[in-house]
Design a protein around this ligand. Structure first.
Ligand code: NAP
Ligand code: ZN
Length: 347
């Protein structure tokens, strides 16, 4: 086994502490990654605090992982020593079911091995994520990362990037689309950059008036503060597509009513409690309320290549690993600008 260390939390109310653990020895198709940066996703917080149901502890979160390949298994073809590699939200799946065959491994019919707070394909061995020095992963579930972009700012693409790219593509956002992004956090700010790059007219709907200048700098065309509902009145029935990136419980109807005829609102934010909407908010204008979950390996690679080509990265605040708690607190307070990324050399 390969000795490594990371930071773990031992229960829903515990603080993060240094944690020594082992990665598996390299199989023929595995690569060893020396992790350089790992983003902090709000999903890390939901799971560390057990907001989505029972969690597996000790938990080493982190699914926005980038680093350098320091060892390769005998059959590895996609990576060589010294290459950059990324790992996102899952590290394995059955590879044979209809979902895996359709490049939707996140919906594997047998088992998707989540990068952390999950289990390997044996459904027993707990997985541990990227708040750690080393990662071992099958090359089929690792992504190629461009060396032309600042690595810390690429890390968040592995989750925040693909989670926003995938629904924007699926709903054919492009020139002429009127798009609203709800919640300017890690996902939201990537949603803005990507939707703008695809040619859409983008409005940010935010609870934080202080984020206006940032939103416009990110490329948004309009910024509207949602805490005063009067601000939303002129927007009724105007958007083709709304991407809801909010991490906390919130009302649906006030956003749904902003959709135009056949408009769709897609939830990527995953708050703790069930959402509810008035049937009238959906029947009116023939609206769709839908969800979207990350993206498969093929689409994640497509997104990384797209971001490299269009010079898109995340706006990041790089922190030492000792500041996880502080970063969590600020993220919960919606005070993230716009993704915390851990510099693993500080471990
Ligand atoms: P984040 O950085 O914390 O951003 C969330 C944003 O939501 C905040 O910055 C804030 O933006 C807004 N917000 C917070 N509380 C709110 C409230 N009470 N009412 C309205 N808006 C509020 O989180 P993230 O990392 O982007 O993740 C967002 C959500 O997506 C999380 O639930 C996460 O678990 C989920 N997620 C889902 C997937 C998926 O595959 N579907 C993947 C990754 C993450 P403003 O200040 O602009 O209001
Ligand atoms: Zn995430």
């Amino acid at each position: 086994m390969i000795e490594t260390r990371g930071y773990a939390t031992h229960d829903a109310n515990a603080k993060f502490v240094p944690f020594n653990f082992e990665r598996r020895n390299l199989g023929d198709h595995d690569i060893l990654i020396d992790v350089q940066f790992c983003g902090i996703c709000h999903s890390d917080i939901h799971q560390a605090k057990q907001e989505w149901g029972p969690s597996i502890y000790p938990m080493v979160p982190g699914h926005e992982i980038v680093g350098r390949v320091s060892k390769v298994g005998s059959a590895v073809t996609k990576f060589k020593l010294g290459d950059l590699a990324g790992v996102g939200c899952f590290v394995d799946s059955c590879r044979e079911c209809s979902a895996c065959k359709a490049d939707q491994e996140q919906f594997c019919k047998v088992h998707t091995a989540a990068t952390y707070n999950g289990t390997e394909m044996d459904k027993v061995t707990p997985t541990r994520g990227g708040y750690s020095k080393h990662h071992v992963v099958d090359e089929a579930y690792a992504l190629k990362v461009s060396s032309d972009q600042p690595l810390a700012a690429v890390a968040p693409l592995l989750c925040a990037g693909i989670t926003t790219y995938s629904p924007l593509k699926h709903y054919k956002v492009g020139p002429g689309s009127k798009v609203a992004i709800v919640g300017l956090g890690g996902l939201g700010h990537m949603g803005v950059k990507l939707a703008v790059s695809m040619g859409a007219e983008v409005t940010v709907l935010s609870t934080s008036p202080s984020k206006k200048d940032d939103a416009l700098k990110l490329g948004a065309h309009h910024f509207v503060v949602t805490s005063d509902k009067a601000n939303l009145k002129p927007l009724k029935g105007t958007f083709n597509f709304i991407l809801d990136c909010v991490s906390a419980d919130h009302e649906m109807d006030m956003y749904l009513n902003l959709l135009d005829v056949y408009g769709a609102m897609v939830l990527v934010g995953l708050p703790e409690n069930p959402v509810s909407a008035r049937a009238f908010s959906l029947a009116g204008n023939n609206r769709t309320l839908a969800g979207s979950s990350i993206g498969g390996i093929k689409e994640t690679q497509e997104m990384l290549d797209y971001c490299a080509e269009h010079n898109i990265t995340s706006d990041v605040e790089v922190i030492p690993i000792t500041k996880i708690e502080e970063a969590y607190e600020r993220t919960i307070k919606a005070d993230v600008r716009y993704r915390f990324v851990i510099d693993m050399s500080t471990l």
